[in-house]
Design a protein around this ligand. Sequence first.
Ligand SMILES: Cc1cc2nc3c(=O)[nH]c(=O)nc-3n(C[C@H](O)[C@H](O)[C@H](O)COP(=O)(O)O)c2cc1C
Length: 223
Amino acid sequence: MQPEFDSLTRVMKARYSCRAFLSQPVKRDLIEQIVHTARRSPSWCNAQPWQLTITTAEETAKLGKALYEHASQNTMQPDLPWPEGYSGAYKARRFTCGMQLYDALDIGRTDKPARAAQMLENFRFFGAPHVAIVTSPRELGAYGALDAGGFVTAFTLAAQASGVASIAQAAPAGYAPFLRNYFGLSDDKLVLCAVSFGYADEAHKANSFRTERATTDEIIDWH
Ligand SMILES: Cc1cc2nc3c(=O)[nH]c(=O)nc-3n(C[C@H](O)[C@H](O)[C@H](O)COP(=O)(O)O)c2cc1C
C-alpha cells in the first residue's frame, strides 16, 4: 500500500472523541492550519457551506459557563430535528458506546444523577480551551449539513495529525437559539454541531476507552 494510505490510516485509527482536555490553548496559527487542510473537503457544487465560529480560551470558558447554566434549566430546541429513534444495530451501538463511557468513569448503570452530570459536561466542552460552532446555510438544508459533516471529519483528522484532540458534539446544537443569540448568528444559518478541541488529558478516565466499528462486510453490499 502507498505510504500516504498508511499515514492516513494511522491518523484515522489514532483519532477518538476526547472528553477531557488540558487547559493549554492551541496556537491560532495551528488552528488556522487545521482549517486550511480541512477546507479541502468535497462539497456539492463546491459550495463549501461550512462556517465556523471559534472561541479563544478565555471566550470558551465564558461560553461554557453561560451554556452550562442555560442547559441546566432549559429544554433543547435544535435547528435540525433530532433523529426519530435508534433501532436494531444503531440502538445497540449507541448503547455500547454510552456504556463504555460510563464504565470508564465508574458511573453505575442506574446512577441517573451521575449520568446527567456527565451529559452536562458537553456544555462545558469537556474542559476544552476551544470550541468551533459549525453552521451551514438554512437554504441548503440536509445537503449543507451533509457537506458540513464531511468537513467536521476532516477537521478532526487534521487536528489529530497535528497533535490536537477533538470531539464533534451535537449536544450544544440542542441549544441553537441560545448560541444564535450569544454569537449574533443570523437566522439563515443552521447551527449543526460543535467541535471542541485542544490537547488531550490522556490520563483522564473519560479518554481511556475506544469505540468499536462494524466490519467492512457489514458496511458494503456488493452487487
Ligand atoms: C455529529 C456528531 C455528533 C456527536 N455528538 C456528541 C455529543 O453531543 N456528545 C458526545 O459526548 N459525543 C458526541 N459525538 C461523539 C460520538 O459519540 C463518537 O464519535 C462515537 O461514539 C465514535 O467514537 P470515536 O469518535 O471515539 O471514534 C458526536 C459525534 C458526531 C460525529
